[in-house]
Design a protein around this ligand. Structure first.
Ligand code: FES
Length: 414
């Protein structure tokens, strides 16, 4: 990991590594020490077992940041309970639970080990998982990092593309946690709210696509349709000005540039819930329509998920790649893996956090700017809260990114 992550700055980083060894010996020894820097990994989470499915759905359906229903207090619980059995069956078909906690912990462990090597002055780093709808919850993560007595906490969204419904909801949960209790004065907080255009994110998606292209016959490989698919969003949220659709499109464009192939591609949307109109075209409809147009060799690329969960393992693999594709007469369909613990992805996470720790803005102006048609008092208070929570820290110059970084936040301060 060290050699691949830091190869372009090996002499300098080798010096740092030696310096760290003097005091800390190995990453294992560091684990036993009190952590100095917390990396709080935000995500929605997924049920570990089918007993958690009911509560998971209930929390989603009653979260107005995620979904807005009429008479939500009554309709939300009713929908959750009506869907529980059907969703439990889906989890049973993928092995009985979501692997999202397993992948997030693997990513967190590899990321913090890598940071310990590259940034000894902020080490030891420790990751904390903060899920929105299943344990470990946001509150658990913040209770733990306060108990650990960290000096610095980086709130790191694991959604590369920002949406007020996903990252926004997780951040509101942090604001809720600190409502009515004092903010620890000894911790410096900062936030990474989006990273849709990081070059190494495009690189890992391109590598995942190349892996699957090899499965196609030579004579069709150049014509395989690359169908990028992301979780859809209600059109109401799009019209309000949510940045998610254009950030997803930016990741797609960067991935195609990185891939440097002439294959056709499109961006389509999956996982619509409820009767209201959502962003289209839907992934299953697109597969059927392309089959009719004679495009029968397809790779599905989940472009907004960084680890496997129900939407990839069930919706894409079982429902679309098997059932829908078979019915539509698709000749060959593959699904690209999510980044998971791919070394390039760990390198991406390391570069994003290390650059932020070195000299990132404590909170981005992009985050602090509300959607043009947002009228939510909750959004307003949340942004005010983070403006005061996240404090600037002096720039450090130890870490030098190995690639030009294009993150959709503030320009780096010098
Ligand atoms: Fe986007 Fe309020 S809905 S900032």
């Amino acid at each position: 990991m060290f050699s691949s992550l830091c190869r372009t700055h090996a002499p300098r980083l080798n010096r740092m590594f030696v310096a760290k060894q003097t005091t800390c010996q190995t990453p294992e020894d560091q684990c036993k020490q009190k952590p100095k820097t917390a990396i709080v990994m935000l995500n929605m989470g997924g049920p570990q077992n089918i007993d958690q499915v009911g509560d998971y759905l209930l929390r989603i359906m009653t979260d107005r940041d995620m979904i807005q229903l009429p008479i939500q207090g009554k309709l939300g619980p009713w929908i959750a309970s009506r869907r529980t059995e059907e969703v439990q069956k889906k989890y049973l078909e993928i092995g009985g639970g979501s692997p999202i906690l397993k992948w997030t912990n693997s990513q967190g462990t590899l990321l913090t080990e890598s940071l310990d090597r590259c940034l000894p002055e902020t080490a030891p780093h420790k990751h904390y998982v903060a899920f929105r709808y299943v344990p470990p919850f946001t509150n658990d993560a913040f209770d733990e990092l306060e108990r650990d007595g960290v000096e610095r906490a980086v709130i790191f969204s694991q959604y590369p593309q920002y949406s007020c419904a996903t990252t926004g909801s997780s951040l509101n949960a942090i604001a809720d946690f600190y409502r009515g209790r004092s903010i620890p004065k000894n911790i410096k907080f900062s936030m990474i709210d989006r990273w849709a255009t990081h070059p190494l994110l495009a690189k890992v998606f391109a590598e995942r696509i190349r892996e699957k292209l090899l499965a196609f016959d030579d004579d069709v490989r150049d014509d395989v349709l690359i169908l990028f698919t992301a979780h859809s969003l209600p059109l109401k949220a799009v019209s309000r000005g949510d940045t998610y659709p254009h950030e997803v499109a930016a990741t797609v464009a960067n991935t195609m540039i990185e891939l440097n192939l002439k294959n056709p591609h499109r961006l389509v949307w999956q996982s619509k819930v409820g009767p209201l109109p959502w962003l289209q075209p839907y992934t299953d409809d697109a597969i059927k329509a392309y089959a009719k147009q004679g495009k029968r060799h397809i790779i599905l690329v989940p472009i907004a998920f960084v680890n496997e969960h129900i939407e990839t393992l069930h919706e894409l693999d079982i429902e679309y790649c098997h059932d829908v594709a078979k019915e539509a007469g698709i000749v060959h369909i593959e699904r690209a893996s999510t980044p998971n613990a791919h070394p390039t992805f760990i390198q991406a996470l390391t570069d994003i956090v290390a650059t932020h720790l070195r000299c990132g803005p404590a909170v981005s102006k992009q985050f602090l700017t509300r959607c043009p048609h947002c009228v939510s008092q909750r959004c307003h208070s949340s942004k005010e809260f983070f403006k005061s929570l996240c404090s600037e820290v002096p720039c450090r110059d130890t870490y030098i990114p190995s690639i030009p970084t294009i993150v959709m936040t503030e320009p780096t301060k010098t």
